[in-house]
Design a protein around this ligand. Sequence first.
Ligand code: X2X
Length: 358
Amino acid sequence: MNRTLWFGCALVVAGVLAALPGCSKKPAGSFKKEYRMQVTVGPQAYWGMGAARFADLVREKTGGRINVKPYFGSQLLKGAQLHSAQMVSSGAIDLAFESTINASPAIPEMNVFSLPFFVKTYERLDRLEQGETGRLIFEAMKKKKLMPLAWGENGFRQLTNSKRAVRRPEDLQGLKIRVVGTEIFVDIFRGLGADPINMNWGDAVTAFQQNTVDGQENPVSILNNVQIFQFQTHLTIWNYVVDPLILYWCKKEWDAFPEDIQSAIRAAAEEAGRYEKALCRAGLDGAVSLNVLRDEFHEPIEIPDPLRRLEENGMTVSRLTDEEISLFEAATRPVLNAWITRVGETVYQAALRDMGVP
Ligand code: X2X
């Protein structure tokens, strides 16, 4: 067969194969040069380190065929972190390692983690992720053209401010608190008598530095990351909401990957998620996560006791007692009740069952 004829036949065969149902998978070698990943925070935050680890693992496990590049600080969104799910769904961004808060405008079910004083403990959180609740959230994502790959974690969100120790709802009266731009946070802080202000994370960090807000709420890993103690010295540990992360990919793009690529990426996501979670929990769950980091990842951690580090840097830490928590719980009960319908009764009931709450 001469060369031209051979080439022509090969083209015809390739065309027929491509037209066959089930043959729409991308052939090896036709991947994008770079898959862009949205990440809200910077590379030094544990969340950012998890994103970088995922990119490394994907490269390693796909033999360099898939190149994921994290874009930190919501660069791809010009700071607008709440648009992440929508952008990944449309394929404008390939993937995200994103907070369930930031994805909640697209997936309202994710607000189950932001119901005030609902989840409270790591044990309950793990049950939600591994149970029916997690499954329902993943299903809701797929319907919105997002392919969930693994859970990560930002953590339980704690309150800091520059004015006074907050131990009771009345201590929050009139404090100007930066919150993420989703409605449930405004409802919670208004309900507690504070003055909540929506801001994207990049603007929030500037607001802390310039002292244009009195306080904010974020997990301790983020507090250490932005050295909040330089600007605000009162910390309230109250676990009032939890902030899991999910690593997700544009579903349309995902479905076109060959199976070996899908399983390599999934394995990378699971490993990176487990690593990132351990970083965020280290020193906050007894020895559990410190041991995971040491035994599985062989990595010493720089801050083995994140709360002590905040205290050593001048913060006063108010660890609320159960009685104190119950005052906040009562004060935010109307918000919780109002948001059950927004989360959806099915997910809410699944969450109660998963957590073993009667
Ligand atoms: O904006 C925040 O507070 C942050 C960084 O925690 C989230 O992305 C939800």
